[in-house]
Design a binder for this molecule. Structure first.
Ligand SMILES: [Zn+2]
Length: 107
Protein backbone atom coordinates (compact mmCIF):
# COMPACT_ATOMS: atom_id res chain seq x y z
CA UNK A 1 0.00 0.00 0.00
CA UNK A 2 1.23 3.45 -0.85
CA UNK A 3 1.76 6.01 1.84
CA UNK A 4 -0.69 8.82 1.22
CA UNK A 5 0.66 11.12 3.89
CA UNK A 6 3.43 13.53 3.10
CA UNK A 7 5.70 15.78 5.04
CA UNK A 8 3.93 19.08 5.75
CA UNK A 9 0.44 17.57 5.86
CA UNK A 10 -1.82 18.19 8.81
CA UNK A 11 -3.05 14.99 10.38
CA UNK A 12 -5.36 14.08 13.24
CA UNK A 13 -4.59 11.26 15.63
CA UNK A 14 -7.43 8.75 15.66
CA UNK A 15 -6.16 6.26 18.24
CA UNK A 16 -4.08 6.14 21.37
CA UNK A 17 -3.07 8.61 24.04
CA UNK A 18 -3.04 11.62 21.72
CA UNK A 19 -6.41 10.94 20.11
CA UNK A 20 -8.00 14.03 18.51
CA UNK A 21 -4.72 15.94 18.54
CA UNK A 22 -3.73 17.60 15.30
CA UNK A 23 -0.31 18.46 14.07
CA UNK A 24 1.94 18.85 11.11
CA UNK A 25 3.82 15.85 9.76
CA UNK A 26 7.50 16.57 10.20
CA UNK A 27 8.83 13.25 9.01
CA UNK A 28 7.53 10.22 7.11
CA UNK A 29 9.18 6.83 7.58
CA UNK A 30 7.64 4.86 4.71
CA UNK A 31 9.53 1.64 5.35
CA UNK A 32 8.35 1.48 8.94
CA UNK A 33 4.94 2.88 8.04
CA UNK A 34 5.34 5.50 10.73
CA UNK A 35 5.16 9.27 10.86
CA UNK A 36 6.51 11.91 13.22
CA UNK A 37 3.88 14.54 14.01
CA UNK A 38 4.62 17.85 15.66
CA UNK A 39 3.41 17.88 19.27
CA UNK A 40 2.17 14.29 19.15
CA UNK A 41 3.57 11.29 21.03
CA UNK A 42 5.95 13.40 23.10
CA UNK A 43 8.58 11.41 24.91
CA UNK A 44 11.02 12.66 27.49
CA UNK A 45 14.58 11.58 27.55
CA UNK A 46 17.06 12.26 30.30
CA UNK A 47 20.24 13.55 28.85
CA UNK A 48 23.50 13.66 30.67
CA UNK A 49 26.00 16.21 29.51
CA UNK A 50 27.56 15.10 26.29
CA UNK A 51 29.90 16.56 23.79
CA UNK A 52 28.70 16.64 20.25
CA UNK A 53 30.70 18.16 17.46
CA UNK A 54 32.71 20.22 19.89
CA UNK A 55 29.69 21.71 21.64
CA UNK A 56 28.63 20.92 25.16
CA UNK A 57 24.96 20.09 25.30
CA UNK A 58 23.25 20.91 28.55
CA UNK A 59 22.20 17.96 30.65
CA UNK A 60 18.53 17.76 31.41
CA UNK A 61 15.30 16.44 30.03
CA UNK A 62 14.89 16.50 26.29
CA UNK A 63 11.41 16.31 24.82
CA UNK A 64 11.01 14.86 21.39
CA UNK A 65 8.29 13.49 19.17
CA UNK A 66 8.43 9.74 18.75
CA UNK A 67 7.15 8.20 15.52
CA UNK A 68 3.62 6.81 15.52
CA UNK A 69 2.02 4.25 13.30
CA UNK A 70 0.61 5.70 10.13
CA UNK A 71 -2.67 3.83 10.67
CA UNK A 72 -3.22 5.88 13.84
CA UNK A 73 -3.45 9.17 11.98
CA UNK A 74 -5.79 10.55 9.37
CA UNK A 75 -5.07 13.27 6.89
CA UNK A 76 -6.97 16.49 7.61
CA UNK A 77 -8.44 18.05 4.49
CA UNK A 78 -7.52 21.73 4.27
CA UNK A 79 -10.78 22.51 2.45
CA UNK A 80 -13.37 20.95 4.75
CA UNK A 81 -11.17 20.77 7.86
CA UNK A 82 -12.18 17.17 8.52
CA UNK A 83 -10.06 14.09 8.96
CA UNK A 84 -10.66 12.16 5.78
CA UNK A 85 -9.67 9.30 3.57
CA UNK A 86 -8.18 10.23 0.25
CA UNK A 87 -8.67 8.92 -3.23
CA UNK A 88 -5.62 8.77 -5.43
CA UNK A 89 -6.15 10.17 -8.88
CA UNK A 90 -3.45 9.52 -11.42
CA UNK A 91 -2.78 12.25 -13.89
CA UNK A 92 -0.26 12.46 -16.66
CA UNK A 93 2.57 14.02 -14.72
CA UNK A 94 1.53 13.64 -11.10
CA UNK A 95 -0.65 11.94 -8.57
CA UNK A 96 -3.45 13.97 -7.04
CA UNK A 97 -4.97 13.24 -3.66
CA UNK A 98 -8.68 13.88 -3.52
CA UNK A 99 -10.65 14.29 -0.28
CA UNK A 100 -13.42 11.67 -0.13
CA UNK A 101 -15.61 14.00 1.91
CA UNK A 102 -15.67 17.19 -0.15
CA UNK A 103 -13.95 16.17 -3.37
CA UNK A 104 -11.28 18.86 -3.18
CA UNK A 105 -7.73 18.18 -4.08
CA UNK A 106 -5.35 18.08 -1.15
CA UNK A 107 -2.18 19.85 -2.19
ZN1 LIG B 1 -12.42 17.82 2.18
Amino acid sequence: MKVKIRKGDTVEVIAGRDKYKRGEVIKVLPNERRVVVQGVNIRKKHQSEIQAQGRNLQPGIIEFEAPIDISNVMLVCPSCDEPTRVKIQREIDRVARICKKCGSEIA
